[in-house]
Design a protein. Structure first.
Ligand code: GLN
Ligand code: ZN
Length: 482
């Protein structure tokens, strides 16, 4: 606009207030910007930069956040308040003397972010070697096959098992303070026992603990890492009618204690088989939170990655030999235009993932899982994450992705979902066998895993049980033919 001007007969809706973040605006910056806009455009209406769908309704409903935190937040209602104040200030030549302006500037000058030097130093000290595992993937895969004695076409699931009423009630009652931590844990252990017993009984190869302590992929992690704050009512739309309450990054991020080891170890103690350690990756944790703006996304991702690295090593130390690090939302912050995709963001995201798993032994098998995102276009980047195994959503995309994997000489072992978990329909044995046959046409058998598309938490126990039995049976029949 500064170069080309703006037509006199048009009204400019200037998106002055950021509609996507949850931070207070710096009025000095906004007013300067507005002056520049007004030099070029005659008729200006002040607006937010986008619809307010991405932010919660109001900070006014929050009564558990510390005041100095709350002061820095602006949700939808507060953003409208800012627009009104900015409009008034813009028409006032003495705006600098107003109470509104001075209060805003004082707030901006007082940074309430909880910083932690140790965390910052650790990120600064990172060097090339921190992003690499000791051995090349193909060598590791050989070592892992030996160490883990996995048969061809290993069967597994993505992590969560059906969140039946009892599971949700347990979390709810604990949050409300109706039961003690010990009572809560006893219940969780009961769910884990039943889950492991079932998986063992039907003959799955790699088991999971079932994620009964988690309601989504991010909240549990936010709660166990310092540097996040949580709203009570900060709901935003996720998709369709689903809502989420994203954590807010309000400091440097650090792991305070082991937080997945106890449940996974318990599950592991119940079976001869391997139970996967189950973590959400740094990119997904950040992409599903409200990020800070005083440091880069990259720095924040690295902080989370280092915190997770400690948890990964604690799991390994506890005898967990397979660890899955989910990155469901890896693609979410990719720029809109395809030509910008191989951007810094993607490079940083990949490096952050690698950082979480770079320090494990070569025999430890690192899995990742991805969904909500077609990744056909970024296959080389996915391979560069250097995981040993990736499971992903495939049943709805006609398996075209498998051709691209082949073309790109994809090294990571793959578990393209053999059935769609978004539907209650139970896939038959024959149907799954056909799918596996198709996959085996395109992929070497040593590289193929057998699993559903995604976690099972939204499904009922009945259909889940039957579907998994059919899946195990199909894998068994195909394996015998190989
Ligand atoms: N491990 C998670 C689960 O099974 C993964 C969820 C996801 O990818 N959306 O629920
Ligand atoms: Zn998934």
């Amino acid at each position: 606009m500064e170069t080309y001007g703006f037509p006199d007969d048009k009204v400019l809706f200037a998106g002055l207030v950021n509609g996507k973040n949850i931070w207070r605006s710096d009025y000095a910056i906004k007013l300067k910007l507005l002056t520049r806009i007004r030099k070029k455009a005659e008729k200006v209406v002040l607006s937010t930069s986008c619809s307010l769908l991405h932010v919660p309704y109001t900070v006014g409903n929050e009564n558990q956040l510390p005041d100095d935190v709350k002061g820095h937040l602006a949700f939808a209602c507060e953003k409208l308040g800012e627009l009104a104040e900015l409009a008034a200030l813009a028409d006032n030549t003495d705006f600098a003397d107003t109470e509104e302006f001075q209060a805003n500037q004082e707030l901006i000058a007082h940074n309430a972010i909880r910083t932690d030097e140790e965390v910052q130093e650790r990120v600064k000290a990172l060097s090339e070697k921190d992003f690499h595992r000791k051995e090349r993937r193909t060598d590791r895969q050989m070592l892992q096959r030996k160490a883990l004695a996995q048969k061809l076409l290993p069967t597994t699931t993505i992590g969560s098992f059906p969140q039946i009423e009892d599971v949700k009630r347990n979390r709810f009652r604990f949050k409300k303070g109706e039961i003690t931590k010990a009572e809560y844990d006893e219940k969780i252990k009961g769910f884990i026992r039943e889950c492991v017993r079932f998986q063992d009984e039907i003959g799955l190869v790699v088991l999971v603990h079932g994620e009964f302590e988690r309601n989504d992929m991010v909240e549990y992690f936010g709660e166990n890492l310092s540097g996040f704050v949580f709203t009570q009512n900060g709901w935003v739309q996720s998709y369709g009618t689903r809502g989420v309450k994203p954590p807010i990054v309000f400091g440097d991020i650090k792991r305070e204690r082991d937080f997945t080891v106890a449940y996974i170890s318990y599950a592991n103690s119940l079976t001869e088989k391997d139970v996967k350690g189950m973590l959400t990756g740094p990119v997904t944790i950040l992409n599903w939170s409200f990020p800070r703006e005083d440091i880069s996304l990259k720095e924040c991702m690295y902080q989370i990655a280092l915190a997770l690295q400690d948890e990964v090593l604690a799991l390994e130390q506890a005898g967990v030999r397979i660890i899955q690090i989910d990155e469901a939302a890896l693609r979410e912050k990719l720029p809109l235009r395809k030509e910008d995709w191989y951007s810094e963001y993607l490079d940083d995201a990949i490096l952050a993932f690698r950082l979480t798993s770079s320090k494990v032994r070569s025999e430890t098998q690192i899995h990742t899982h991805m969904c909500y995102s077609e990744f056909e276009e970024i296959i080389p980047a996915i391979d560069a994450m250097d995981a040993d195994v990736i499971t992903f959503e495939a049943s709805r995309s006609q398996l075209t992705i498998l051709d691209s994997l082949k073309e790109n000489h994809f090294e990571t072992e793959v578990g393209p979902g053999v059935y769609d978990i978004h539907s209650p329909r139970v896939p038959g044995v024959e149907e799954i066998k056909e799918t596996l046959d198709l996959m085996l046409h395109k992929l070497p058998a040593e590289n193929l895993w057998v699993n559903p598309d995604c976690g099972l938490k939204t499904r009922g126990p009945q259909e889940t049980g039957q579907s998994l039995k059919n899946m195990v049976q199909a894998a068994k029949e195909i394996r015998e033919k190989l």
